[in-house]
Design a protein around this ligand. Structure first.
Ligand SMILES: NC(=O)c1ccc[n+]([C@@H]2O[C@H](COP(=O)([O-])OP(=O)(O)OC[C@H]3O[C@@H](n4cnc5c(N)ncnc54)[C@H](OP(=O)(O)O)[C@@H]3O)[C@@H](O)[C@H]2O)c1
Length: 293
C-alpha cells in the first residue's frame, strides 16, 4: 500500500478563496474588507519569510493587511504599546505578533495584551480558556489546520486514536484539545514519554510536532495510519550542491509513505494550512465585530 499524499497547498488555496468570499459578505456590513495586522519585531530571516507570506496570501484573498516592522532594539513596553494601539484601531480585525520575539521581550506579556476578539492566532489566555472549556472562539491556526486536513482525509474522526508528539502551547496542547473536540481518543507525548515508538504505533492519526528532523521512523507508524507532519526543519542537502539545504518534517517521509494511509508532505502540508486558518480566523473576527457571527 502507498500513502495518499494530503495536498495542504491545494486545500489551503480553497480555504483562502472561501475566506475571500466570506470577507466580501462581511465587507458589506463593515464598509471595508476584513483587516489583519502583522507585527514583526527584529530581523529573524525565517520570520521575515513567514510574515511576507502571510501578508501576500491575505491580500491575494482580497482581505487587507497592515504590516508593522520594528527593529530588535524595540523595548517590551514599546511592543505592548503597538498591540494596544491595534486593539483600539477600529479598522483592524485581527492582530498577529510574529514569534519568536527578541530575547529581552516577554512574549507572554505581549500576546497577553492582544484583545481576545482580535486574537487570530488563538494564543491568548482567553482563547486558550475558551478552547479548554469547549466555548466558541478563535482557535490556534496550525492545530486547526491539522484537524481540517484530518477531517478531509478520514471524514468523521470520532473514536480515532490520536497521538500528538509535542506539548507546546503553540501546537501540541491545542492540537490535542481540538482532536478531543472531534471525539478522538487523544494521547500527548513529549520528551519524557516512555516507549515513544510503541505509543506512536497505536495511532490512527499521528501528529509529530517536535522540531527534530525525521525522528518518527517508518516502523513507528501503524499501516494505514494518517500522519500529519507539523515539523519544519532545515537540513543540509549536499546532493543539491555545496552549501544547499532543504526542508524536512519530523517524520521520515520516505520510510513511512509506503505503508501509511495518508501523509502530509513537508513543505506543502500543514505549513500552507496555518496561513489559511489565519485568514479564516481574520474573517471570523471581522464577522464578530460586524455582528454577523
Ligand atoms: N507547519 C507550521 O505551520 C508550523 C507551525 C508551528 C510550528 N511548526 C514546527 O513544528 C515543530 C514544533 O514546534 P513547537 O513550537 O511546538 O516546538 P517546541 O515549543 O520546541 O515544542 C517541541 C515539543 O517537542 C517535544 N520533544 C522534544 N524532543 C522530543 C523527543 N525526543 N521525543 C518526544 N518529544 C520531544 C518537547 O517535549 P518537552 O515539552 O518534554 O520538552 C516539546 O513539547 C517545529 O519544527 C516547528 O518549526 C510548524
Amino acid at each position: 500500500m502507498s500513502a495518499i499524499l494530503i495536498d495542504g497547498k491545494a486545500v489551503a488555496a480553497e480555504i483562502d478563496a472561501r475566506a475571500g468570499e466570506r470577507g466580501k459578505i462581511v465587507a458589506q456590513t463593515l464598509g471595508r474588507a476584513p483587516c489583519l495586522a502583522v507585527v514583526l519585531i527584529g530581523d529573524d530571516p525565517a520570520s521575515d519569510v513567514y510574515v511576507r507570506n502571510k501578508v501576500r496570501r491575505t491580500e491575494a484573498a482580497g482581505l487587507t493587511s497592515i504590516e508593522i516592522r520594528k527593529p530588535a532594539s524595540l523595548t517590551e513596553d514599546e511592543a505592548i504599546a503597538i498591540v494596544r494601539e491595534l486593539n483600539d484601531d477600529n479598522s483592524v480585525d485581527g492582530i498577529l505578533v510574529q514569534m519568536p520575539l527578541p530575547d529581552h521581550i516577554n512574549a507572554n506579556r505581549v500576546i497577553g495584551e492582544i484583545h481576545p476578539d482580535k486574537d487570530v492566532d488563538g494564543l491568548t489566555e482567553t482563547s486558550a480558556g475558551r478552547l479548554v472549556l469547549g466555548k466558541p472562539g478563535l482557535r490556534p491556526c496550525t492545530p486547526a489546520g491539522c484537524v481540517e486536513l484530518a477531517k478531509r482525509a478520514l471524514g468523521d474522526l470520532s473514536g480515532k486514536n490520536v497521538v500528538v508528539v509535542g506539548r507546546s502551547i503553540l501546537v501540541g496542547k491545542p492540537a490535542a484539545l481540538l482532536f478531543l473536540e472531534q471525539n478522538c481518543t487523544v494521547t500527548i507525548a513529549h520528551s519524557r514519554t516512555a516507549d515513544l515508538p510503541g505509543l506512536c504505533r497505536t495511532a490512527d492519526i499521528l501528529v509529530p510536532a517536535v522540531g527534530r528532523p525525521q525522528m518518527i521512523k517508518g516502523d513507528w507508524v501503524k499501516p494505514g495510519a494518517c500522519v500529519l507532519d507539523v515539523g519544519i526543519n532545515r537540513i543540509d542537502a549536499p546532493e543539491r550542491g555545496a552549501g544547499k539545504t532543504r526542508l524536512v518534517g519530523d517524520a521520515a517521509f520516505d520510510e513511512i509513505v509506503g505503508h501509511a494511509g495518508w501523509i502530509t508532505p513537508v513543505p506543502g502540508g500543514i505549513g500552507p494550512m496555518t496561513i489559511a486558518m489565519l485568514l479564516d480566523n481574520t474573517v471570523t473576527a471581522a464577522a464578530m465585530r460586524a455582528g454577523l457571527a
